[in-house]
Design a protein around this ligand. Structure first.
Ligand SMILES: [Zn+2]
Length: 238
């Protein structure tokens, strides 16, 4: 179902917003779902606004930054494209070899990226890693394609639990479900189409450090957007 299709007039709210994506704006709420809260100007969701807020707090000179965003759409990508020296983008496309294109979209599997070592100063992703079968391999790959001192910023659905709960894993090439399967929708594949491999807890920081990052911490926005405030993982390569 299109989330906008579930909007009802009585759920509508509007509030002033200082958007980390586009500056002074208005925040529109069409319903309780996080995806129904948007910056009116740049269409950033609370997820995008959290990531861009964390990026702003890093104080990076984006004009001298080669960035890699793990999607081909959205407010984070638009923000980076307007400010960075260069921006590479990709999607995970079933059956397309990493590094090759389909309909002008570069396909990459974050577990085995086709980019050379030290290609980027900044890597960003929103709501990707919970769907990656081997997240540690993916984090190691992002570490590899970052330059020394390069930053990684990403969001995943996260709880305040101490440890990450594995929901599913790949064993001998097949998916083994440890908990009842949970799915998220995505733009390419539709609603309820992408398996969730794990529910992240606070030990996400340890997982990122285990992948080789010298620094890893959680960044939280100072204020929520109609009750939605996302935690961002901010890491730096040594
Ligand atoms: Zn905005």
């Amino acid at each position: 179902m299109n989330p906008l299709g579930s909007a009802r007039l009585r759920d509508l709210r509007l509030a002033p917003l200082r958007c980390p994506g586009c500056g002074p704006s208005l925040l529109l709420r069409l319903g309780g779902d996080e995806m129904l809260v948007r910056c009116l100007r740049c269409r950033a969701t609370p997820v995008h606004m959290a990531l861009l807020g964390a990026l702003d707090a890093c104080g990076i000179d984006l004009a001298r930054t080669d960035a890699y965003e793990l999607s081909t759409t959205g407010a984070v990508l638009r923000h980076l494209r307007q400010r960075c020296r260069s921006v590479a983008t990709s999607e995970y496309l079933d059956g397309v070899a990493p590094g090759s294109e389909r309909d002008g979209v570069r396909c990459e599997d974050v577990q085995r990226l086709s980019f050379a070592d030290g290609s980027f100063d900044l890597c960003t992703s929103t709501e990707v890693f919970e769907h990656v079968p081997d997240d540690l391999a993916g984090l190691r790959e992002l570490h590899r394609v970052l330059r020394p001192g390069g930053r990684l910023l990403f969001t995943v659905p996260m709880s305040d639990a101490a440890t990450t709960q594995v929901r599913a894993r790949i064993v001998d090439g097949r998916i083994e479900h440890i908990l009842p399967p949970a799915y998220h929708g995505d733009r390419l594949n539709g609603p309820e189409s992408v398996l969730v491999y794990r529910d992240y807890g606070l030990d996400l920081v340890d997982r990122v450090r285990a992948a080789g990052f010298a620094e890893a911490r959680l960044w939280r926005p100072a204020r929520s957007h109609f009750g939605h405030a996302r935690t961002v993982l901010v890491a730096a390569r040594g």
